[in-house]
Design a protein around this ligand. Structure first.
Ligand SMILES: [Zn+2]
Length: 215
């Protein structure tokens, strides 16, 4: 099964991608991992990407697409893959179609995780991270520490990352609406879109997604 996962920031895409890939026995291909792997292995595309990043510029679509194509052609992706964080605009979606067609492949589904905007803001803006260890993560509503502002695990001070402020979240949502959401219409025209609610517990959402994909 070849799947593209889309959804706004805060939809829990990374978490769902990991569980779904495991359940479906296909590799989870995230743009973040692609960049890290290509840069650490010093591939031609990785060096190119690093050049742009070091200059503080956006990595052009063709570099990202090249990395994704290389990854999709690896042996473990022969029976499918789950793309997470790519494509993120219509130009990338079109390029992905061209790349797949060249390899005689096509997508089977585009899984769209839906979360109301206010819920996204609540989820992200409520996050609190421990200064001692960034894996100690709390949430003011959903996973509150016993003492406000203090890490349950190590007693460290909890803080809100600048990226998680309400203002930044609203900006990220705006970017998602203008750049990424149009790909849902693009794929809807190909009859590939499966929309599910991303509300509820992680395992409930995974079960919902598996049900929807089976249909
Ligand atoms: Zn801590």
């Amino acid at each position: 099964m070849r799947i593209v996962l889309v959804g706004p920031p805060g939809a829990g895409k990374g978490t769902q991608a990991a569980f779904l890939a495991k359940n479906l026995a296909i590799p989870h291909i995230s743009t973040g991992d692609l960049f890290r792997a290509n840069i650490s292995q010093g591939t031609e595309l990785g060096l190119k990407a690093k050049g742009y990043m070091d200059r503080g510029e956006l990595v052009p679509d063709e570099v990202t697409i090249g990395m994704a194509k290389d990854r999709m052609e690896q042996a473990d992706a022969a029976n499918g893959f789950l793309l997470d964080g790519f494509p993120r605009n219509v130009a990338q979606a079109e390029a992905l179609d061209v790349a797949l067609k060249a390899d005689d492949m096509q997508l089977d589904a585009v899984l769209d995780l839906e979360v109301p905007e206010d819920e996204v803001v609540k989820r992200i803006a409520g996050r609190r991270i421990c200064r001692n260890d960034s894996s100690h993560v709390f949430h003011v509503t959903y996973n509150a520490p016993k003492t406000e502002g203090v890490c349950d695990v190590c007693g460290g001070e909890l803080y809100q990352r600048a990226d998680d402020s309400e203002e930044t979240v609203r900006t990220r949502l705006e970017v998602y609406h203008t750049q990424t959401e149009p790909i849902i219409d693009y794929y809807r025209a190909q009859n590939l879109v499966v929309t599910i609610s991303a509300l509820g517990k992680v395992d409930e959402v995974t079960a919902r997604a598996m049900d929807a994909l089976k249909k």
